[in-house]
Design a protein around this ligand. Sequence first.
Ligand code: ZN
Length: 104
Amino acid sequence: MTELLFRVAREFDVVKIRRTKEAEEHIVLCQKEGKCLGCEEPLVEGERVTRGACGTCYNGMMHLISIGKVQEKDLMRDGKLLQPSKGGRKPANDFLKSLAEAAK
Ligand SMILES: [Zn+2]
């Protein structure tokens, strides 16, 4: 018998948050005017926007989350960061598609 060791992807915790009314209004206004949810500067066309934030704000928020200065759920509650998309990379072929389907 062969013993194999491998790392299993951790399950994600599901966190439920409730956005404030101010946060909802902030998001609607920024999206309507094409502004970053963080710095509220106009988003530059062609520039990468992640979870409603410009690259600078998104990277800054992720850094501060990683060092424990802020919590992602607080940024989401305050309307500075949208929830992550469910997307991710689409299966490249039928084999990967069948694996992805089986995992649902
Ligand atoms: Zn920004």
